[in-house]
Design a protein around this ligand. Sequence first.
Ligand code: ANZ
Length: 809
Amino acid sequence: SERYNPHAIEAKWQQRWAEAGLYTFDPEAAGEKFYALTMFPYPSGNLHIGHWYAYCVPDARARYMRMNGRNVLFPMGFDSFGLPAENAAIKNNVDPRQWTYSNIEYMTGQFQRMGTMIDWSRKFATSDPEYYRWNQWFFAEMFKRGLAYKKGGLVNWCPKDQTVLANEQVVGGKCERCGTQVERRNLSQWYLKITDYADELLDFGGTDMPERVRAMQTHWIGKSVGAEVVFDTPVGPETVFTTRPDTLMGATFLVLAPEHAKVAELTTPDQAETVKAYLEVAGGKTDVERQQSTDKTGVFTGSFATHPVGGHQIPIWVADYVLVSYGTGSIMAVPAHDERDFEFAKKFGLDIVEVIRPEGGEPLDITGDEAYSGEGLIVNSGEFDGLIGGKASIETIIGKLEERGIAKAKTTFRLRDWLVSRQRYWGTPIPIVYCPEHGAQAVPADQLPVLLPDNVQFMPNGQSPLKQDAEFRKATCPVCGGPAERDTDTMDTFVDSSWYMYRFTSPHFDEGPWNPTLADKLMPIDLYTGGIEHAILHLLYSRFWTKVARDMNLTTISEPFKVLRNQGIILGPDNEKMSKSRGNVIDPDDLVREYGADVVRTYLAFIAPWEVGGPWDPSGINGPAKWLGRVWSLYFDAISGPAENVSEHDLRYAVHSTLKKITADFERLSFNTIVASLMELTNTLVKAKRSPVAHTPAWNEALNLFNLMLAPLVPHIAEEIWRERGNAQSVHLQTWPAVDETAAVRDSIVIGVQVSGKVRGEVEISKTATQEEALAAARANPDIAKHLEGKQLVKEVYVAGRIINIVVR
Ligand code: ANZ
């Protein structure tokens, strides 16, 4: 017969499946719903091997769930607004829309060649007006609810991308997208009030995310429990935030951030020059540079504050290790117990007063080079002396200070509101108009979408490109009908991806962002997969969005995904990240042309534990290619070779124990071990085909079950075999086979054999073997026989199922 030719069968089945609507999801179909989603791609031009890794491997899981009777929704779309389109358009002098949509078409074709069970009838792109209309609707609703607001202040500015960024998009002081050092600008921008949900976002009760993601989100939200303490200054009271009110008596100076509003007033005339010079230098540094700097810098303002308990005077300094955007922008410095304050005090010769002493420890050596930041006994603190540090004493102290009106318990978060304005073209226009009479007004729902105009000069120049479009800017005030100006910024594209998972439940719905009945039925996502790089961006924003939508009665759930899992990264053969500049990129199209999609799918599942990833080994793909060739011959070729003797029991054991193992592996997303088990089973089947067992019903059962086991992983070859075996209905409509538990256990066991107290070997015997049979097997084993030779037998015992003992002299 013919050899395995993936090209002949893959295109054929892809077309027939599409014609038959095999993967069209019907919310009314039988079976409990299972919503499987992999984060949708950006239409950058081509699917790379990382996309295949992210989409095909979970596709096998989705198919497995479907065979297990679940009504599986597995949709796909494109996250198509954003800078790359605009940058590519500038570079190649094409329209961003055209660039985007032709990429979408091309990539959809590539996607289809993977042979996934994606329901393409649900595809949409976030740059479709039918989609972004609902971004605008959400924005307007949030504006009405006070969840979207405009505010001036220092923001992150990427000088390369010529736009502001959210805090989440600044990684280590650099633009998350292009790696350029971020600058700070004073601008008035739109924010979404994610901080309203800070506490709730720390509760991961309804969502199973990897520990690493939870830890990253927890750290990002950064909840700190402490107190605000008030110090009197010559220009009025100044409040500081501290997590350690128990160290209050050790506060020997105050420090203000350089941008703090009171710096100017507090600066005395003789310090004016020094302070001014310092502010100029500090103003040019980013928060990250300031915090990472090992050398503490700062200047004295010339003013003093009054210690609220001691009543004595302490100096007020300005230093850039205090950030204006955190707490109150000022701190009480406790050098004895805070590392940063300690370094600062040492450098500038400020007082260091010990107030916490480790229990049973020595007084702090203030000439040393470390503060003591742990807990302990409170000392040198008057009425607080003798308290033991820790949460309880902190609460006691806050209580006492509260009574005197000096302090207030306070919880602070590191999380800031989500800055969503962008000064770029290719995004959702912000649906706000400014009326000279009525100020900022949301565009009414019946006027949405505010269409993104074509033919805009979008060369970035620090201004929103839409600003240059006079026609676009013209609007009317929804309150008075008078002339108004449109906002010309566009939204952060992370808005688009915050709720797209709901849209897949009713992609063509036009009475709201989604059909609430269908969303209630199909959400949350049962298994969400994608890269870890989104841990505090998309994954935090989409959790926030779900909570807002819940509070707007658009959904009843509080978390968008039940389970999240992150795949690893496929590296280049050189173990480096794949990139065009390194020349180590593996092109999946080339691989499909050479080996077919099923082989590529197999290799990706096999290459590494899916959640770990690893380097692409160019020769490694030959293994899966050979394997599928063997699978093909198993079914279609007469196998030559010496006769074998695989028993019926062994055959059924191999099939059912493999089925049992890979069922468990599918459940825990262990794809590489599934491939290994299927390969191993193939060996047994090839042997069995040359055994008399190939003429028994067990053989037919084996071929059927193996065929079904192949279906999720290698859908094309599995379908071809299935149909060739005379089945009228698709293999992908079959039920995942049930394990015959009695066949899945071996009837033989392996037993150790001792000769005169020493283990000399093992024998495989039937579980029901008699003592006589067991001993015969032991004596027949050459490893054992050589220890018996020429010796006199003293005693022989078989402890059933445990051990064989032979004593000789
Ligand atoms: C006195 C003190 C004594 C402090 C001590 C710590 C240890 P987290 O846990 O990150 O919330 N702090 C407050 N506002 C700040 C700002 N804007 N810039 C830089 N540092 C600031 O940190 C809270 C602690 O960081 C606060 O508690 C304050 O220093 C400092 F033994 O107050 B602490």
